[in-house]
Write a protein that binds this ligand. Structure first.
Ligand SMILES: Cc1ncc(COP(=O)(O)O)c(C=O)c1O
Length: 401
């Protein structure tokens, strides 16, 4: 916490004590009063200079001044981040914009961008002397946490909802986690996990209410700024479930602008599924809807109770961004387009960002002349069932006689 200036509440703005792991504002007594970590950027600027970064490892620990926990030699060896950004001109033509680049965060070690948060969470848990780490997840946070807990030798308990796709469940079983499949929704798995963490004194990795973890997701924004410096996109698009990722990326871009790495922070486009759009509603109305009853094929963003909606709305507004909705059909079309036109295999929630770019251009939210970067947050092999349902069938042929 060397460079942290204060911890504030996104609801009331008051300063709060640093929680042990997950925690909301004690003054607000509101499940959605999420805490935000603020950094002393003037101090950060003294050591995190462009020259200093050239000598640091190509993973997200290179930004340690902007993380709430100082990495040590051991975790410097954990690979995470520094994922590639590629130019995708044929996908740009499909989406209707001048330029489209894709940052493929599905190339993280456990195949999703959640590795950014899990690596920070596991390190924080180790520093706190935790005996076990736990989370509830629709899949990616779980498999990622299980992977980093295995790297660190820390026991992990994972609560997954009934609908979690098999490949993600397989991943976390292989990483050796204690897996509890909850007969219910993600929201129910989340509540059970929170109760078990309190009861057993486990480290709670649930990202939305763990302010340390969102800082891990922020490194995607820090990287986008450093990797594109001088050629920054006008817009960065990313899909939205709980809201932590879009908030983290926008915050990272703003910090890099403050630090002088980029001359302007790109606008951020949050993308929600049309059938599951509580953050989009909150962005427009200023409050969460009472209930959202739809569903989406994109299981990772099928989140009816987005804990981090306030942080998402705050940071998307801070970068003059927008939130759009895409249908399941638009998502699966984008999955096919990303594969065929750019060689990128995205899971549905990850392809939603690309679908959102096309939708935002059609709706006039993003200009056709814009330079856009879409973050692909998870690899397509995470959800083979959807991929096989939309991909078509191979041609059956006989072998040589
Ligand atoms: C692949 C993928 N994309 C996007 C998201 C949305 O992230 P957040 O819940 O932080 O909004 C998730 C969350 O699980 C995810 O797994």
């Amino acid at each position: 916490m060397r460079f942290v200036s204060r911890i504030s509440c996104v609801a009331c703005g008051k300063t709060a004590e640093a929680p042990a792991s997950a925690g909301t504002c004690p003054a607000c007594r509101d499940d959605f009063a999420i805490l935000d970590i603020e950094f002393d950027l003037a101090r950060v600027a003294k050591s995190m200079t462009p020259a200093a970064l050239t000598n640091r490892p190509l993973n997200h620990w290179r930004y340690h001044e902007l993380l709430p926990i100082e990495p040590d030699e051991e975790c410097f060896a954990w690979p995470v981040g520094w994922t590639p950004i590629m130019d995708t001109p044929r996908l740009a033509e499909w989406a209707g914009c001048r330029q489209l680049r894709v940052k493929d965060d599905g190339r993280n070690p456990t195949s999703s961008f959640k590795d950014r948060a899990s690596s920070v969470g596991v390190l924080h848990a180790l520093r706190r002397g935790a005996k076990r780490i736990a989370c509830a997840s629709t899949g990616n946070a779980a498999s990622s946490l299980a992977g980093y807990a295995a790297m660190a030798g820390l026991p992990a308990t994972i609560f997954v909802p009934q609908r979690a796709p098999e490949p993600k469940v397989a991943q976390l079983l292989i990483y050796g986690a204690d897996v509890r499949r909850v007969r219910g929704t993600y929201a129910q798995a989340y509540d059970l996990c929170t109760a078990e963490c309190t009861k057993n004194d486990w480290y709670n990795r649930n990202c939305a209410i763990n302010p340390y973890l969102v800082e891990g997701k922020k490194t995607c924004g820090l990287e986008i700024a450093e990797q594109t410096a001088g050629r920054e996109p006008d817009w960065v698009a990313v899909s939205v479930g709980d809201g932590c990722t879009v908030a983290g990326i926008a915050k990272g871009l703003l910090e890099m602008k403050e630090l002088g790495f980029i001359s302007r922070a790109p606008c951020v486009l949050g993308v929600q599924a049309a059938g599951m759009d509580p953050v989009a509603i909150a962005f427009e109305a200023g409050a969460l809807p009472k209930e959202v009853s739809g569903h989406t094929v994109a299981d990772s963003i099928d989140v009816p109770v987005p804990r981090n909606w306030r942080k998402a709305v705050k940071y998307v507004k801070a970068v003059k961004g927008a939130i759009v909705r895409v249908t399941d059909e638009e998502i699966t079309e984008a999955m096919k387009a990303a594969g065929r036109l750019a060689g990128v295999f995205a899971e549905p929630a990850a392809a939603a960002s690309i679908a959102g770019v096309k939708r935002a251009i059609a709706d006039g939210v993003i200009a056709r002349t814009a330079d856009v970067l879409a973050v692909v947050t998870g690899n397509g092999l995470k959800d083979i069932k959807t991929a096989m349902a939309i991909a078509g069938q191979p041609t059956e042929v006989d072998p040589l006689a």
